[in-house]
Design a protein around this ligand. Sequence first.
Ligand code: SF4
Length: 656
Amino acid sequence: MNTEILSKKYCNDLTSYSRYITREVRIGNIPLGGNNPIRIQSMTTTDTMDTIATVEQSIRIIEAGSDYIRITAPSLNEAKNLENIKKELRSRGYEAPLIADIHFTPNAAEMAARIVEKVRVNPGNYADKKKFNFIEYSDDTYESELVRIRQKFSPLVKICKEYGTAMRIGTNHGSLSDRIMSRFGDTPLGMVESALEFVRICEDLDYHEIVLSMKASNPKVMVEAYRLLINKMEEENMNYPLHLGVTEAGDGEDGRIKSAVGIGTLLEDGIGDTVRVSLTEEPEFEIPVAINLVNRYSVLRKAHKEIPVIIENPIDPFDFKRRETFDLEKDKIGGHNVPVVIISADEKIFKSYEGLKELGYFYSESLDKWNIGDIAPDFLYLRKKDIDYPLPGTLKKIFDYEFWKNIDSDELRENSFPLFTAGEYSESKIKSERINFVYVAIEDLTETFLNEVKNDKCCVLILSSENEHAMAEMRRVFIELINRDLKCPVIIKKSFDKAYNIADELLMLYSATDVGGLQLDGLSDGIWIDSESTSIKTINSVSFGILQATRTRISRTEYISCPSCGRTLFDLQETTAMIRKRTDHLKGVKIAIMGCIVNGPGEMADADYGYVGSGPGKITLYKGRDVMKKSINTEVAVNELINLIKENKDWIEKDN
Ligand code: SF4
């Protein structure tokens, strides 16, 4: 391996799957890290002072398959009540280790560490109250800040050591301290440094029962931060286990896709010892999603087909940069164009234009006009058959080459595109003058083929992989293309054949992992998901969801909603649904819905608007980081949010 690869190292190997082995940490009767299975966890949303409600919710989470239960302890009272919760759970026969979640309150942490098996602290707010101040720190003042943190944090470390309690040092992108922000900005490096400052204090006190996390609501930031953390830990001879999660991922399909893009991308490279999927839903619903993500990395994965080793890796894993490709301007593929979406036509589409409704194309016969939704694909794959009605101008046809070359109509031939196999492409004399799609897998990339396509500005590769470790194999292809300075655009194809009979949720999670991971590294120019057992409506929505989650093509309003916990001041699920209903047409606007003012403003990261619980029945509204309307009654708060969006000229009326 060359020095460049070593200096950017963040996993065991980019081509051969293996778990990145960390040190084992004792958490009650369920150890984490080392050779232990990847553990699953979730967090209660009940009031921690309500012992029975918390115990009953914990049991639902455990029975769904969770290894650990996290419970918020916002003050000393809740920390003390963890004792009652633990006793009640044990008396009902449940031994799952408990984790106390702490923000701002060292005294609650010190109490909880004597009771539960693990405490979670946020280094951004354990010793600091965030004021969003930019302060210039000299080396001396920075050093004296570290001394102050050491004084505040050391008592907790000593208690954990004495009681055999583990600790998660959990950085959140949105709640970095002013000190870290001033020196590193809200960057992945700032997140890593924020945790390592606390880890170094633990190590000085010879305490090592540590787990680390680097959460963000933007999967790209989160993935870069975890990769960088491993790289920096290696530099300092550390190997603490990692807790993976995307914060405030939201609910439903969006929440699942966002989580899979972030968590799945890391799991693919063998990173991660425990997973929490944060959804704005009942916490037990998070568990099957986490289990489905983790279960892909079984014996089969380890025995995957060999992938050629990498000699030189041109991809910077810590900094997104889109792969440079030819700009096929007329058809908007490659270059700086947003990634395109291809959908395989189903029977309904062949029957009538009504079938296109599923893909966001609505035809009005009376006006003889197409209305196009926000998530409407760019290409329709028709195999060997044409359809007998004209398509809207923004939707183009792809045919199998054998069919395309025999089309009589010049107009149709010019306005549709052939899909070749690599062999057909090499042999064919008849090609499109605009785009030739060529279906390839790693085996097709022979020296001859690569030379043929190198300077072909009409060639778009459709890349797929049958390898059990598909994401790594496709990444290997991209590395080869970049190293050879080959600039044809590439569309990633993820196929689930009928035999798979894949459930919608698995299709969502697997595609978001495999395609999303490559998308996060800036590698592809489009996606094509194919499954005979899933409706094209779902496939289309998942495709655009992946592009939204990777922030490579924005087509929807983005919701950053916290999963809720014992601090939550309103019904998050109901409110999120209400806000979504009124604002889901505001393409590109990011709205955060956060349960409490203690952590909400810090954790809503880069949202444009914030709806934050600030007291019982009270909401405070934010524009970016600024408070705009304080303590509004909940009954009028959604209307006030909409007024705020209107005042800032981000509102458009909904098409009905
Ligand atoms: S923002 Fe939400 S999840 Fe975070 S502490 Fe507040 S209520 Fe709990």
